[in-house]
Design a protein around this ligand. Structure first.
Ligand code: NAP
Length: 525
């Protein structure tokens, strides 16, 4: 393990790997990619529940510089996406830079040396420690506890977070949950050894993950109770296998694959007109979703239960062809009264009905509003990033934060999408970071920090646009924090974001010349 590097990247998802590839291409070899899991792939390694697949077409949900003619379906499944990421890491020579099973416990900026000190520890040892103390991911570590696994340090000029916003599972707080005697797990921690046959299963949540695994569990379970708090809008999924002939064509003529990718890109981009332009356009989607319910569910009571009561597009619009048919099965009940408490072997609904259960699956999503755990990133003056974000996360172009020099985020605040491929946004941010690095080297800057007024102006402008969007139309979603501030989504076309991130705009930054260049520039005495 290297003790000092130019760049330390956290995470081996699309962000971390994509940046690693671009660093290598530009001749930077002094970097490390730290990964807490035992394999690479980020969210596509962590999430492996049955039915897990991407809800953006794979021809677009992949790197522009490594287009894949071999996708077997329009919407690839988890295993295929993970294999694609592995292929990228191997092809571009990243494996020697990746350190698996390495948890980043903290990163502290050293103002005197203009460098970061990154603290790491053995991830499996940390999970054991946390399990013994009943802690969950994201909980702050007690540094005075002698039982805490030994920490190592890496010095890095630059730290880049590729941790993504949806990595820490969120669990509901339900009375009596601690007394439950059966099996329980979160969708991100799927237990494939658990046999659902003959079991009564409860699923809590009806979001993007749950609608993918519920049909799979319903195939095997004796009974499935689905606890729905809010019915999502769901439209048909235009999925199909990609035929061998099509794949051969993509391989032989890569331009055809690129043209296909472009056609998907522009058709998804058109949705922005509804999300942030004129919400009346979204009526078309709503009609399609209502028709989907009518086509797939005969029972009028069930139809009513699964029909959302908020504006189409306010929460993430989901796609599925097998979710409604699963709900219509005889062994599935959709329960909307809410949960009063959990007992040793049962869930009690608010209406007082006690329903026996062997296994509870939490499809309750992620802590999207706290993408980085408290105490993990400390900038100038020892300020904690989460304290800087007390009113909600914000950054300049989603990448840099005032008070945190030489710290860059990929998929930072307000870079998420409700309509297209995150990989496109990630590549835009990678371009920005790479340009920053090159300019730092060219001008001999040892640190760059975005100016507070640049960050404020930028955020004022995007929040003005967000104010008119469908996401602020009154529903409760993980896009928006408890104060009503949308900290997650980009309010515009993705090509507009790309234009903004094409170049590192150094004039918006405090650029600290390095000691060497100061002395070089100083007149001889
Ligand atoms: P999610 O969309 O946040 O859904 C969580 C579900 O749990 C919601 O139905 C929510 O209800 C419910 N819930 C949360 N707390 C609850 C509580 N205390 N009691 C009852 N119900 C509760 O989470 P997710 O399904 O894991 O998806 C998260 C995000 O991951 C997605 O939005 C998407 O961006 C991403 N994702 C992407 C894909 C893909 O294909 N690309 C697949 C899966 C996930 P409410 O709606 O009432 O809050």
């Amino acid at each position: 393990m290297k003790s000092s590097v130019r760049v330390a990247i956290v995470g081996t998802g699309f962000s971390g790997l994509g940046l690693g590839i671009k660093l290598k291409e530009a001749g930077y070899n002094d970097f490390v990619i730290l990964e807490q899991s035992d394999d690479i792939g980020g969210t596509w390694h962590e999430n492996h529940y049955p039915g897990c697949a991407c809800d953006v077409q794979s021809a677009l949900y992949s790197f522009s510089f490594e287009q894949n003619p071999n996708w077997t379906r329009m919407y690839a499944r988890q295993e295929e996406i993970k294999a694609y990421l592995k292929h990228c890491a191997e092809k571009y020579g990243l494996m020697d830079h990746i350190q698996l099973n390495t948890h980043v416990a903290g990163a502290r900026f050293d103002e005197r040396r203009h460098r970061w000190t990154v603290e790491t520890c053995d991830a499996p040892a940390l999970w054991d420690y946390m399990t013994q103390r009943n802690m969950v991911a994201g909980d702050a570590l007690d540094r005075s506890d002698d039982a805490l696994p030994t920490m190592s340090t890496i010095k890095a000029d630059i730290v880049v977070s590729g941790m993504g916003g949806l990595s820490t599972p969120a669990y509901p707080s339900i009375e009596g949950l601690e007394n439950f005697q059966g099996k329980q797990f979160h969708s991100q921690h799927w237990d494939h050894d658990y046999d659902f046959r003959g079991k009564r299963v409860a699923v809590i949540g009806t979001g993007a993950s749950a609608i993918q695994f519920v049909p799979e569990v319903a195939k095997d379970a004796a009974h499935l109770d689905l606890y729905q708090r809010t019915a999502p809008w769901i439209v048909p999924k235009p999925d199909r296998p990609i035929r061998p002939l099509e794949r051969a064509l993509f391989k032989r003529f890569p331009q055809s694959l690129n043209a296909f990718r472009q056609s998907i890109y522009w058709s998804l981009e058109a949705r922005v007109l509804g999300f942030v332009g004129d919400p009346r356009i979204l009526k078309i989607g709503e009609l399609q979703a209502r028709r989907h319910i009518r086509n797939q569910i005969k029972d009028k009571t069930l139809r009513k239960k699964v029909t959302p009561d908020f504006h189409f597009g306010c929460k993430r619009v989901l796609i599925s062809n097998n979710y409604y048919p699963a709900l219509a099965q005889d062994n599935v009940d959709v329960l909307t009264d809410g949960i009063r408490e959990v007992r040793a072997n049962a869930i009690v609904e608010r209406n007082g009905e006690e329903r026996p259960v062997d296994c509870i699956i939490f499809g309750t999503g992620f802590k999207a509003q706290d993408p980085i755990p408290k105490g993990m990133v400390k900038g100038r003056g020892g300020q904690d990033l989460l304290e800087a974000w007390a009113d909600g996360a914000e950054a300049y172009k989603g990448v840099t934060v005032t008070g945190f020099p030489n710290f860059f985020m990929l998929m930072g605040p307000n870079t998420g999408l409700g309509h297209s491929s995150m990989v496109y946004m990630i590549e835009s941010q990678i371009q920005y970071v790479m340009d920053a690095l090159k300019k730092m080297d060219r001008h001999g800057w040892q640190s760059v920090e975005v100016k507070p007024d640049a960050q404020s102006r930028y955020n004022a402008s995007i929040h003005a646009k967000l104010g008119d969007s469908v996401w602020q139309s009154g529903c409760k979603s993980w896009y928006v924090n408890e104060n009503g501030k949308n900290t997650t989504l980009w309010p515009g076309f993705t090509w507009q974001f790309r234009q903004q991130t094409r170049r590192f705009d150094a004039r918006q930054y405090l650029c600290e010349p390095s000691a060497v260049s100061i002395s070089a520039a100083a007149p001889a005495m």
